[in-house]
Design a protein. Structure first.
Length: 652
């Protein structure tokens, strides 16, 4: 109960939660605040009339689209005033092509494509459908934002093709210069939609905008097979990957990492070699024999260097792969033939040489090099892009052998055949089979290692009963010698008595006789070979030799009158035949008929000759006394009977 005089005063009732503001009416407490007050019960207007729910709604307050506040004192709501400091377009919005959801304008739709109205579950109010036959649709020519470096080709699709890949969707981006002239085009990878529902199925492909491009135009090609259909919705081109988040508010975290850090990492990732799909320039290897060199070490090994050149940008590669193979054969090796025998070394991009240390110098080495770049698997399935492998092919480098032998120039430590290396030249340290006895005569000098007095009788007693093998006598006077088998290169013998002597052929003057057959000679122009030694004979030595040749035959002109012959002897001493003797045989006449049979004799002797071969030739001769052939007698044939060549050759 309130104290006297409290009527109309405001009191706080702390006995309830939340506390209520009340006044004392004189007989009871009346709630007088809006805290906990109810319309129609505790809320009254200035006249004390109860206020209903609709009466207390403030319909006079409104906020315009630009944030302006009306009916409550004025002012304007701003994003900054709300404390937001980021980009309002935090998630990428629409693409560069307008109306891709309705195709209401800016699109050209081909005759084989049907613009179809979408329904529940479709991603857009309108979409494109092609049934059984191929059809295309293309956008207008659109400006490329100046800040853009890449374009993303995007659409959603569905079909009834299943997994047979019997139809597909493809497309193109056509680039134009600022003046509208055509620049170039890229083709979109073929896509095979294999579901009949949109179900989130979409296609995205990234392209780098070519230098000079200021505008683009999008083409979509729907290519179903007969009896099938393909649908495409929302085709568009984006300057960032669709669905990507850009301009995130300051302080935004992505999986606990600040958005700015993630953005920087993404930029670095996309700009790194891992995303570079361009081909790599191949290294060059000199072919003048300067690509490979070596240095021999004192321990018997070799250090081999291999050098190359490369004209590309080192920032575009991760390094070089150097292939090396070692073989025992000097044959050229083709890399890839036996990969298990090939060693691959990785060299940084800044280097242009590789050195092999401590290798066997007598082996053959082949070298090749290629530049490489490690990339993501979506760039190259192997995870790496390589240049062409270039091999060293210079003279002496295909393959390369540092040395034909191993030369050790250092000092040996440890042991040699279980003998301490420091003792191999110490006589007392040498043991085992093969060690000569102390003071042995092997290499001994008389008076130093051979001591004492040796008489003639002692030598006779020691050596007369033994065979001395392989003895070299520089200058000896021998009274009597008994030699079982002697090989003497040069001997001067004053008085020689021989029981049996064997002398090589043509070592002394022994005649050789060559015979031929009787020939009927009919040619007056060409010589006919009567006989020829089958091979050359050797008659000389370092001091030369001598030879005597005698030829016998018979000219027979008894069958035809007035005939004659020319007979010549030729010798070949190694540089071809030359005539050494000639004989004219016959009966010269200028009247009557003459028949003749005349002996033929030719001879020749020579000194300072080593080898020779001989032959005899014959042809008809003019028998006229005035040296003129008479037509009456031209071609008078005759016989050359019983030819015989006697050869005698002797060494000096």
């Amino acid at each position: 109960m309130a104290p006297a005089g409290a009527v109309g005063d405001i009191w706080v009732d702390t006995s309830v939660t939340p506390n209520e503001t009340k006044t004392w009416s004189g007989t009871a407490w009346v709630v007088s605040s809006t805290v906990g007050a109810k319309a129609g019960a505790n809320l009254v207007d200035s006249s004390g009339a109860s206020l209903s729910d609709s009466a207390i709604k403030n319909t006079a307050i409104s906020i315009a689209s630009n944030g302006t506040l009306s009916g409550a004192g004025g002012g304007q709501v701003t994003i900054g005033g709300l404390g937001y400091t980021g980009d309002l377009n935090a998630t990428s919005g629409g693409g560069l092509i307008p109306n891709s959801s309705s195709f209401s304008s800016g699109w050209t739709i081909g005759s084989n494509v049907v613009l179809t109205t979408g329904g529940p579950g479709d991603p857009a109010p309108k979409y494109l459908r092609s049934t059984s036959v191929a059809g295309t649709a293309n956008s207008a020519i659109i400006d490329i934002p100046a800040s853009a470096t890449k374009l993303w080709f995007y659409y959603q699709a569905r079909s009834n093709l299943g997994t047979t890949a019997s139809g597909f969707i493809t497309g193109n981006i056509y680039y134009y210069r600022a003046d509208g002239t055509y620049l170039s085009a890229v083709t979109v990878n073929t896509n095979y939609p294999n579901t009949t529902t949109w179900n989130g199925t979409y296609f995205i492909q990234e392209f780098t905008i070519p230098t000079g491009a200021a505008k683009f135009q999008m083409y979509v090609s729907l290519q179903p097979t007969s009896g099938n259909w393909v649908d495409v919705a929302l085709p568009n081109i984006f300057t960032i990957e669709p669905g990507a988040t850009v301009g995130a508010p300051s302080g935004t975290l992505v999986a606990g990492v600040s958005a700015s850090t993630v953005a920087t990492a993404a930029t670095n990732f996309n700009n790194s070699n891992d995303r570079n799909a361009t081909a790599i320039t191949a290294p060059t290897v000199p072919t003048d024999g300067t690509a490979v060199d070596h240095t021999l070490q004192s321990n018997g090994t070799a250090d081999i260097s291999f050098e190359w050149a490369w004209s590309g940008n080192e920032g575009d590669i991760d390094g070089f792969l150097v292939f090396v193979t070692q073989n025992s054969s000097s044959s050229s090796y083709t890399f890839g033939t036996t990969p298990a025998n090939e060693t691959v070394y990785t060299v940084p991009a800044s280097k242009r040489a590789l050195i092999l240390y401590g290798v066997a110098p007598e082996k053959y080495y082949s070298f090749a090099v290629q530049a490489y770049r490690s990339v993501d698997k979506d760039i190259n399935a192997a995870g790496v892009i390589k240049s062409t492998l270039v091999k060293a092919t210079g003279t002496g480098e295909n393959p390369y052998q540092p040395s034909t032998s191993v030369a050790f120039a250092g000092n040996v430590t440890g042991t040699v055949n279980n003998i301490a290396a420091t003792n191999v030249n110490v006589w007392t340290a040498i043991t085992g089979a093969g060690k000569p006895a102390d003071n042995a005569t092997n290499g001994a000098t008389i008076g130093t290692n051979l001591t004492g007095t040796f008489t003639e009788a002692e030598f006779i007693n020691r050596f007369n009963t033994n065979i001395i093998s392989g003895t070299y006598l520089k200058d000896a006077t021998i009274g009597t010698a008994k030699i079982a088998n002697a090989a003497i290169t040069t001997a001067k013998i004053q008085d020689l008595s021989v029981d049996t002597i064997k002398i090589a052929g043509n070592a002394v003057t022994i005649p050789l006789v060559y015979t031929g057959s009787t020939l009927y000679i009919t040619s007056k122009t060409a010589y006919t070979t009567v006989l020829e030694m089958p091979t050359s004979i050797t008659v000389g030595d370092a001091n030369g030799g001598g030879a005597i040749l005698v030829y016998y035959a018979e000219f027979d002109g008894r069958l035809l009158q007035d005939s004659a012959q020319i007979v010549r002897l030729q010798i070949d001493t190694g540089s071809g035949y030359s005539v050494v003797a000639t004989q004219f045989v016959g009966a010269p006449t200028n009247n009557g008929q003459t028949y003749a049979c005349i002996p033929v004799t030719l001879s020749y002797s020579s000194s300072n000759i080593s080898t020779f071969r001989a032959k005899v030739e014959v042809k008809l001769w003019n028998p006229g006394v005035d040296g003129t052939w008479y037509s009456v007698y031209d071609g008078r044939a005759s016989y050359h009977n019983n030819p015989k060549l006697v050869v005698m050759g002797a060494k000096r």
